[in-house]
Design a protein around this ligand. Structure first.
Ligand SMILES: [Zn+2]
Length: 242
């Protein structure tokens, strides 16, 4: 996809841990913003080579998995409209053991280079997997270190943030994105991650039935609680100080 000349695009940087995080957790939102010409860069810390799912019936092994998952991720990026993909080349399941300062510096350099309006990553405590929490922690530190002008949000699972108070957050901390018009792209991206999804029969049902399994909304937590979100349905909504 070519960027229209002389039109400054809004930019979104997503820093996640594994191929499939982008599609399974917030694929609808990424597809929505891509359709609005937002320039999206995805950074994946690993190639997911330690994934437990190896195809159904299994056709991958630990040697072949990284390359297969990289191809699947590139296909998913095409389905979602993500223009740039970078890997940090960290071994899957070891992100938490990487030197934190050097990881933070690497991500800070990417943030400075891209100068994004929005950064997405995992919440360092609510990420659910050690790799998720570790990449979230380093990205949050990198965002702070760069004194970035944009907004940092944490991705969240399913609709758990319909009740943010359970996690010590308030409704005003949550941005709720309507993705119902982008479920075709999300489903295509799920299917692109074939070695991870072919064991899930629902993914391969007729499109309408498969899409019915998705929620119509994806939820994001504002990282900086001192700011208030003006538009709780847009990650690019301007913020003002309370
Ligand atoms: Zn993951």
């Amino acid at each position: 996809m070519n960027k229209p000349q002389n039109t400054p695009s809004k930019k979104l940087l997503a820093v996640f841990a594994h191929p499939d995080d982008e599609s399974f957790i917030c694929g609808g939102t990424l597809a929505k913003y891509a359709s609005e010409q937002v320039d999206i860069t995805l950074v994946s810390a690993t190639r997911g080579e330690m994934g437990r799912r190896m195809g159904n019936p299994p056709y991958l092994n630990r040697e072949t998995m990284a390359a297969a998952r990289e191809i699947e991720l590139r296909n998913a990026c095409d389905s979602l409209g993500i223009r740039q993909l970078q890997f940090l080349d960290i071994r899957d399941k070891t992100v938490e053991f990487v030197d934190e300062d050097s990881l933070t510096s690497r991500i800070a350099a990417i943030i400075q280079e891209i100068d994004p309006d929005v950064v997405l990553t995992f919440h360092e405590k609510l990420g659910g997997h050690p790799d998720h929490c570790a990449i979230g922690k380093a990205t949050t530190a990198a965002f702070e270190k760069t004194g970035q002008r944009g907004s940092l949000y944490f991705i969240t699972f399913g609709d758990v943030m319909e009740r943010p108070e359970r996690y010590g957050y308030a409704r005003k901390d949550v941005v709720k994105i309507d993705v119902h018009a982008h479920l075709d792209a999300k489903l295509a991206a799920f299917r692109d991650h074939r070695c991870q999804t072919e064991i899930d029969e629902w993914v391969w049902l007729p499109d309408q039935e498969a899409k019915a399994r998705f929620g119509n909304y994806e939820y994001f937590l504002k990282a900086d609680r001192a700011f208030t979100v003006l538009n709780q349905h847009d990650l690019f909504g301007r913020r003002i100080e309370i």
